[in-house]
Design a protein around this ligand. Structure first.
Ligand SMILES: *[C@@H]1O[C@H](CO)[C@@H](O)[C@H](O)[C@H]1NC(C)=O
Ligand SMILES: *[C@@H]1O[C@H](CO)[C@@H](O)[C@H](O)[C@H]1NC(C)=O
Ligand SMILES: *[C@@H]1O[C@H](CO)[C@@H](O)[C@H](O)[C@H]1NC(C)=O
Ligand SMILES: *[C@@H]1O[C@H](CO)[C@@H](O)[C@H](O)[C@H]1NC(C)=O
Length: 321
């Protein structure tokens, strides 16, 4: 008799797994990070527990460390992290009752920083945001560790790991063929560090035959930057038009868009156009230098006031009685 077997694959998350949201997704200097933990049946009595993830390469997972605060959790379903400067991952869970019934841990969620730092950094070769599907792209991790893994978070919210495809050679991930679409990539080290994160777009050669050549890492204010446009056959194109946030900003015979001293207002989405074809758009991030003029002025005022006070004091003390 011909029996049949039905296999059902369900993608519903476990019913008692809370959903963590982290905002913003990309760190900006001085801003705090808000974590929200959502349980399926919100009601009074839940307490929320907040953890930071530490990469654990030997178990291909994370270690969870309790974030500062009350170790018996918080009543609020949100938590604010202050002073975060590098890429970080978080997890939450909820608990209630006596003895406490705990939910599963949420999936880890991340806040990303584009700034390179020496303990862990990710570089991309070729060094640009957009690539053709047929290109061979490598992602290299460098810093205080001999062991690395490259993580990816795609536009649909799926996380994966370069080693899932066995494409990791030493500290380099060779992305050829396996990585498609828009995604954020970063490195995690054997010593528990997160690197800077980068946006990478791998284009279908079918939909786009030109790509924008733009920097993967944030450009520092005051530096120069050059954006270009590339045809699939790698020719350098001339008479390329450039758009910034959908506004045409250069339309002549030049090959590149050169900005000699970048400012914060140059940040945004860029795309190029050549002979009627348009590339996809990509974000160029501008890193503002530390210590804006206003902070410097503020310090000057404080010093002047102090000097004034001291002089006044000396004069008063020295007045003969
Ligand atoms: C932690 O929270 C519990 C329950 O709200 C409370 O009884 C306890 O005093 C808190 N501990 C600290 C150190 O705030
Ligand atoms: C990645 O892209 C997002 C917008 O899609 C942007 O906010 C973020 O700053 C980009 N990161 C870097 C490092 O360019
Ligand atoms: C460039 O743009 C200007 C203003 O939109 C327009 O007058 C001019 O014809 C354009 N030049 C070319 C080469 O398309
Ligand atoms: C842009 O800058 C590059 C060097 O970064 C230079 O080689 C090129 O000639 C410049 N292009 C234009 C159009 O100014």
């Amino acid at each position: 008799a011909g029996g049949s077997v039905t296999l059902t694959c369900s993608v519903n998350p476990s019913p008692d797994k809370p959903v963590l949201t982290v905002s913003p997704s990309w760190l900006s200097p001085g801003a705090s990070v808000t974590l929200n933990c959502e349980v399926e049946h919100p009601s009074a009595g839940w307490r929320f527990y907040w953890y930071k993830t530490v990469p654990d390469l030997s178990h291909n997972s994370y270690i969870y460390e309790l974030l500062p605060g009350n170790s018996s959790g918080t009543e609020q379903d949100s938590y604010i992290v202050h002073g975060q400067t590098h890429t970080a991952g978080y997890v939450c869970r909820a608990g209630r009752g006596d003895p406490v019934f705990y939910t599963d841990n949420s999936e880890p969620k991340f806040v990303w920083s584009g700034d390179l730092h020496p303990a862990a950094s990710l570089t991309v070769n070729p060094d640009r945001v957009q690539h053709f599907y047929s290109d061979s792209v490598s992602l290299s991790c460098e810093g205080n560790s001999a062991e690395w893994r490259v993580k990816r978070f795609n536009e649909h919210g799926y996380q994966s790991d370069c080693s899932d495809w066995r494409r990791m050679t030493g500290s380099t991930c060779n992305m050829r063929l396996y990585w498609y679409g828009n995604a954020v990539y970063w490195c995690e080290s054997g010593s528990g560090e997160f690197s800077n994160a980068v946006n990478i777009t791998v284009q279908s050669d079918y939909y786009y035959d030109i790509i924008l050549v733009s920097p993967v890492h944030p450009v520092t204010e005051g530096e120069s930057v050059s954006l270009g446009c590339r045809f699939r056959t790698e020719e350098k194109l001339s008479s390329v038009f450039f758009y910034h946030n959908d506004k045409l900003i250069q339309n002549d015979t030049r090959q590149e868009l050169n900005i000699s001293a970048v400012s914060k207002s140059d940040e945004g989405f860029y795309k190029c156009q050549w002979s009627g074809r348009k590339s996809a758009q990509s974000w160029m991030s501008v890193k503002v230098l530390c210590c804006p003029r206003s902070a410097f002025k503020f310090i000057l005022i404080i010093i002047s006031l102090l000097l004034l006070f001291l002089t006044f004091h000396l004069v008063v003390i020295n007045i003969p009685h």
